[in-house]
Design a protein. Structure first.
Length: 331
C-alpha cells in the first residue's frame, strides 16, 4: 500500500534540469509529443544536438518548429522511424549514422499503449511487444557501433540507453511473456489490453538487464524508468477507465520527462547503477521478481536477436497504420 501511495502521490519533482549538454548528441524516439516532446525541449534548451525520431513527418516537423521557437535553439533534426516496421527501424538507424558519428544518449521513449488481441506489426509480431520492445531492440543494435565508438571516446559512464518502462510491468508474470504468442499475437484472445501492455513493459525491464549484461563492460549503461502517471495523449486517448484515472491522478508531461532526463544525463548516475529501474521521482526501485531472472534475460535476448537477424535479412518497407510516434505513458 505504501509503495502504491508513493507512486500515485510522489509530490512535485525538485529537478533543476540536465545541465549544460554542449557537445552531446542525443536521440529521442517519440520526441514529437507528450513526454518525448518535453524531453526534447529540455535537451535542446541545454545545448544538446537532438534527433527527434517519429513516424509521421508532418507531426515531427511541426513539433520541431515549435521546439525551436520555445528554446531559441535550432540543433534539432528529424529521423523518420516506425517501430512497428523493422525495415523502417533499420532505415532510421542508417539515416542517423549517415549524419552523425557519435551518440551519447539514446532515449527509447516511444511506444504503443492500446491494441487488440491478435493485432500485429508489419512484420507479423504481436504489436505491443513488437513495437515497445523488439522495435527498440533492433534500433539500438543498429546504432550499437556508434554507441560503442562514443563510449570509447567519452568519460566513463556517460553513454547511456534509457527505456521508458512502467510500473505496469508488475502486473505481468514471466509466464505471461508467452513466447508462443510473440511471433503472431495469436492465442491471446483472453488477454486484456492492460496485460499486453504490461508484458511489453516487463520486456523493457528484462531487455535493460540483458543489454547491461552484454555491454556494460563496453561502456554502455542501460536503464528503465517509470515516468509516473502522466496526462499525456496516449493515456487520455485510451479506454474510459484509464482516462478517468489519468484525469484524477495524472501529472503534467513536464514531470513525466524528469526521470528519463535525470537518469540519462545526471553525473550522480554511475556504472554501478547500470541495469537499474527508477520510479518517480529520481528514485532507484525494485522491479518485479519476473524481471530479475538471469535465465529469462538470456532467453528473451535470444528471441529478440533471432528476430532482429531475420529482419535484417530483408523485410517489407511498408509502414504500420498505427501512430507509433504517439507519446509513451504508463499505467
Amino acid at each position: 500500500m505504501g509503495a502504491a501511495y508513493s507512486l500515485l502521490f510522489p509530490g512535485k519533482p525538485s529537478y533543476a534540469g540536465p545541465g549544460d549538454l554542449t557537445g552531446k548528441v542525443v536521440l529521442v524516439t517519440g520526441g514529437n509529443a507528450g513526454i518525448g516532446y518535453e524531453m526534447s525541449k529540455s535537451l535542446l534548451a541545454n545545448n544538446a544536438t537532438v534527433y527527434l525520431a517519429a513516424r509521421t513527418p508532418s507531426k515531427a516537423e511541426k513539433a520541431i518548429e515549435q521546439l525551436k521557437k520555445e528554446t531559441g535553439k535550432d540543433a534539432i533534426h528529424f529521423i523518420q522511424l516506425d517501430l512497428a516496421s523493422l525495415a523502417s527501424v533499420e532505415a532510421a538507424a542508417a539515416a542517423f549514422k549517415a549524419r552523425e558519428s557519435s551518440l551519447h544518449i539514446l532515449f527509447n521513449n516511444a511506444g504503443l499503449m492500446d491494441s487488440k488481441p491478435g493485432e500485429t506489426t508489419v512484420d507479423g509480431y504481436e504489436v505491443q511487444m513488437g513495437t515497445n520492445v523488439l522495435g527498440h531492440h533492433v534500433f539500438t543494435m543498429a546504432l550499437l557501433p556508434v554507441l560503442l565508438k562514443t563510449a570509447k571516446e567519452s568519460e566513463s559512464g556517460t553513454v547511456r540507453v534509457v527505456s521508458t518502462g512502467s510500473f505496469a510491468h508488475n502486473f505481468a508474470s514471466k509466464d505471461e511473456l508467452r513466447y508462443d504468442t510473440l511471433d503472431t499475437g495469436k492465442g491471446l484472445t483472453n488477454f486484456r489490453n492492460v496485460q499486453l501492455y504490461s508484458r511489453s513493459k516487463l520486456g523493457n525491464c528484462i531487455w535493460t538487464h540483458a543489454i547491461t549484461k552484454w555491454y556494460k563492460s563496453e561502456g554502455i549503461l542501460a536503464f528503465t524508468v517509470h515516468p509516473g502517471f502522466i496526462n499525456s495523449e496516449a493515456f487520455l486517448n485510451s479506454d474510459t477507465g484509464q482516462y478517468i484515472f489519468g484525469t484524477l491522478f495524472g501529472h503534467p508531461t513536464t514531470s513525466g520527462a524528469v526521470n528519463s532526463l535525470f537518469v540519462g544525463t545526471s553525473p550522480e548516475i554511475t556504472p554501478d547503477d547500470a541495469g537499474s529501474y527508477y520510479m518517480p521521482w529520481m528514485r532507484k526501485a525494485e522491479e518485479a521478481k519476473a524481471a530479475t531472472d538471469e535465465k529469462q534475460w538470456d532467453q528473451f535476448w535470444t528471441w529478440l536477436e533471432e528476430r532482429r537477424l531475420k529482419g535484417v535479412a530483408g523485410k517489407t518497407t511498408e509502414t504500420s497504420a498505427e501512430a507509433q510516434d504517439a507519446p509513451e505513458t504508463a499505467v
